[in-house]
Write a protein that binds this ligand. Structure first.
Ligand code: CP
Length: 308
């Protein structure tokens, strides 16, 4: 694994190994606390982030490594007009691995062609966010114990939500997974995902316009934020932003072992009254994100703990 740009760059076996290693680290953090000693991670974030950047940095620090980088384009020489490729090539001289987020689709792929250290795409516009997909998969595995035979509901902005597209593709590789798409008409899943994934692989899916009608069937409910930054028209965003708000009343008929996920940040789409429900897994998901990134950094750097 030289670079990680698209979650589908990973085989099912590679994902299984990462999730297994992430689980081992979670169980025994002390064993891994020096495996990246003298290694450095650079986090180059040209777009805002809380979870992804800080979990990458926490992951590397907890592996005994060092971190450097910037959290906005304004604090780098991008502000003076430096190209992304030149910035990344420069930083590659100071570190062993790079995690990079950029608002332009394809920017991490282009930057990765010029460097000798591994680069992880930490989100490129509406395109890919592979470490969120790994986080989501680790959450499902930790909470459910398997990927097969699940009914997965996805709710909210299914048009612009890159995490939704990647998770559908990743989950479509497992047996007997059903999908239920819950969104307003304007934010429906793009046709190419329906054609390339559901129709091509003969995967059952339904599209509905309310949560309540499908809630009793769901094993996973993946809520998403309406992505304001991807709208061309603010009026459309304001009209659609509160289309779906999950609250305790909507969960009355849900399964007792429903797993409620959200990549976060949330705005309004999950009431804070849901946070103490044992089915709310979105803050656990945040925590799993650090462990899967630890597993990914170790794997991409080719480092192991003794006896692994
Ligand atoms: N889930 C996620 O990517 O969050 P951040 O934008 O805070 O990194």
């Amino acid at each position: 694994m030289k670079h990680l740009i698209d979650p589908m760059d990973l085989t099912v076996e590679e994902i299984d190994r990462l999730i297994e290693l992430g689980g081992k680290i979670l169980q025994n953090k002390e064993k891994y606390q020096e495996v990246c000693k003298h290694k450095s991670l650079a986090t180059l974030f040209f777009e805002p982030s809380t979870r992804t950047r800080l979990s990458f940095e926490a992951a590397m620090l907890e592996l005994g490594g060092n971190v450097l980088g910037f959290s906005s384009a304004n604090s780098s020489s991008a502000q003076k007009g430096e190209s992304v490729s030149d910035t990344v090539r420069t930083v590659s001289s100071y570190c062993d691995i790079i995690a990079m987020r950029h608002p332009k689709e394809g920017a991490p792929l282009v930057a990765s062609r010029k460097i000798d250290v591994p680069l992880i795409n930490a989100g490129d516009g509406g395109h890919y966010h592979p470490t969120q997909t790994l986080t989501d998969l680790m959450t499902i595995y930790q909470e459910k114990g398997h990927f097969d035979n699940l009914t997965v509901g996805m709710c909210g902005d299914l048009k612009f939500g890159r995490t939704v597209h990647s998770l559908i593709k990743a989950m479509s590789r497992y047996e007997n997974v059903r999908f239920v798409m819950i969104s307003p008409e304007e934010l429906r899943l793009p046709d190419y995902i329906v054609k390339d994934v559901f129709e091509k692989k003969n995967i059952p899916y339904t599209e509905v316009s309310t949560m309540e009608e499908v809630m009793p069937e769901l094993d996973i409910l993946y809520m998403t934020r309406v992505q304001r930054e991807r709208f061309f028209n603010e009026q459309d965003y304001i009209r659609l932003k509160d289309s779906f708000i999950l609250d305790p009343e909507k969960l009355i008929n849900a399964k007792e072992d429903l797993c409620i996920m959200h990549p976060l940040p949330r705005v309004n789409e999950i009431s804070t009254k849901v946070d103490d429900d044992p089915r709310a897994c979105y803050f656990k998901q945040v925590r799993y994100g650090k462990f899967i990134r630890m597993a990914l950094i170790m794997t991409m750097l080719g480092v192991k703990a003794n006896e692994d």
